[in-house]
Design a protein around this ligand. Structure first.
Ligand code: IFM
Length: 481
């Protein structure tokens, strides 16, 4: 189907949105009335998110060590078009420009990740001062712009030398990760006060060691995969302890997990009850064990002889209390009630179910209502952040040089409407990080799938705000949908 570009100009749209923002009914809505109130709390933390390998580039600079993603992306046939993160959005050099974009948007916070191999080029041993210096400069620049840094310590770029020793199959990697996390906290604690240990453990384990679509590209047996999963959640727990041991009081620690975003297939008591069971069981190897320090009986029974080996001390570490929980939400996982032994069944989407430009990204705005609500209820979470949400679009530059990503605006508007409903009902979501600030390296999809609200011309590195960026800016300034 040909791509249709709206003929509306940004000037017209800006006038329309400003008029809407000034409409008394928006601001005069009765607070706390979910039917009429379309506002977010004044102190709601609006942010954007990126990750080191997806934006930094500069892979051979200032002592950075090779990572599994350098190796994987440079292996023929592994990524779309053979694309690599060698240059990406060149944000290692262009971060002042990126921060200016954040400031213009009115962001209160920025989620970014530290590349482990810039701090410990081989994963352990001798630290690299230039790595610490870089992230200090970056954090200081954010703070100077009035933007709070939220730092992820691991967003999939494992130092290659650790992978050579087994990567997450090797328990030592969990210990090395905790050492690195503690070291960062001890060196950057004056500028970093909010940490997420890891991003989406389920993705880097299931895709990296399960189906092999991501680095390091392995397809392990069920038992080996379960053990790698265990080592990764153990790494998270040990890192929580290490950060606490090396940071000042007031430092907050959480994680950013893309749980299976359980959503009742429709709002009926039996499906909601089924969803409560499903959110625990469908996330048993990841968020559920991280929140409870226990594998569920069903999880262990299903794995049988392939279940991971663990000690009670490890389980205590995995369940280390967190100050906040980040969840990354994109597509819903629909659930219905069932008379089977589990009490629920997952609903597979038919081929006609609509999705965004990435085929996996099924559209289900209500997931941003149900998943935070169920997760907070089931796991007793008191402070939650949506650490990623956004979508890919087939963005094209129009004749006037602008990018009219009306589909992304549709996606964000609808998802955020659901989030606003959750917040207005008292679900303790305190902030939202849009994925992503910029188009960037989308892993095995290379540069084909654009997730940014800012368009990046990868030939020139020119950044252009898209229509969605104007939408987001307006939302931040008015606090209203
Ligand atoms: O780009 C990724 C990100 O690295 C992790 N969460 C999902 C995003 C979109 O696929």
């Amino acid at each position: 189907m040909p791509h249709r570009i709206s003929r509306r100009t940004f000037a017209t749209l800006a006038a329309a949105t400003a008029a809407a923002a000034g409409t008394p009914s928006v601001h005069a809505a009765a607070p706390g009335n979910p039917a009429t109130d379309r506002t977010f709390p004044k102190d709601f933390l609006w942010g954007s998110a990126t990750a080191s390998y997806q934006v930094e580039g500069a892979v051979n600079e200032d002592g950075r060590g090779t990572t599994v993603w350098d190796t994987f992306a440079h292996t023929a046939g592994k990524t779309h078009n053979g694309d690599t993160g060698d240059v990406a959005t060149d944000s290692y050099h262009r971060y002042p420009e990126d921060i200016a974009i954040m400031k213009d948007l009115g962001l209160k916070t920025c989620r970014f990740s530290i590349a482990w191999s810039r701090i410990f080029p081989t994963g352990t041993g001798q630290p690299n001062q230039k790595g610490i210096d870089h992230y200090r400069k970056f954090a200081e620049a954010l703070l100077a712009a009035g933007i709070q840094p939220y730092c992820t310590l691991y967003h999939w770029d494992l130092p290659q030398l650790l992978e050579d020793k087994g990567g997450w199959q090797n328990r030592d990697t969990a210990v090395a990760f905790a050492d690195y996390a503690g070291y960062v906290a001890s060196k950057l604690g004056d500028v970093l006060h909010n940490y997420m240990t890891m991003n989406e453990i389920s993705t880097f384990i299931e895709l990296g060691y399960g189906n092999g679509l991501h680095a390091p590209g392995l397809q392990l047996s069920r038992g080996k995969l379960a053990q790698a999963r265990h080592h990764a959640v153990l790494g998270h727990g040990l890192a929580v302890q290490a950060i606490r041991a090396h940071s000042k009081p007031g430092t907050k620690v959480g994680s950013a997990e893309n749980l299976s975003a359980i959503t009742p297939v429709y709002n009926a008591p039996e499906h909601v009850a089924a969803a409560r069971k499903a959110i625990q069981e469908e996330n048993a190897g990841y968020l559920n064990v991280m929140r409870t320090g226990k594998y569920t009986d069903r999880y262990l029974a299903q794995l049988g002889a392939d279940a991971p080996k663990f000690t009670s001390e490890e389980m205590r570490a995995i369940g280390s209390p967190l100050d906040f929980q980040g969840i990354n939400i994109y597509q819903p996982a629909f659930v219905r009630a069932s008379n089977n032994a589990d009490g629920y069944e997952m609903v597979a989407n038919p081929a006609s179910y609509p999705h965004m430009f990435s085929p996996w990204l099924f559209i289900g705005p209500e997931t941003l209502y149900w998943t935070p609500k169920l997760a907070c209820e089931v796991w007793g979470i008191k402070e939650m952040y949506i650490t990623e949400n956004g979508c890919s679009s087939d963005d094209k530059v129009a004749a006037d040089g602008q990018i009219y990503d009306s589909d992304r605006v549709m996606y964000l508007k609808n998802y955020l409407t659901s989030l606003q409903r959750a917040v207005s009902e008292g679900v303790p979501v305190k902030g939202y990080f849009c994925w992503s600030l910029l188009d960037n390296y989308e892993w095995a999809d290379g540069y084909e799938k654009r997730f940014g609200i800012t368009y990046v011309d990868f030939a020139t590195q020119k950044r252009t705000p898209k229509l969605s960026s104007h939408f987001y800016k307006n939302l931040i300034s008015t606090g209203a949908l």
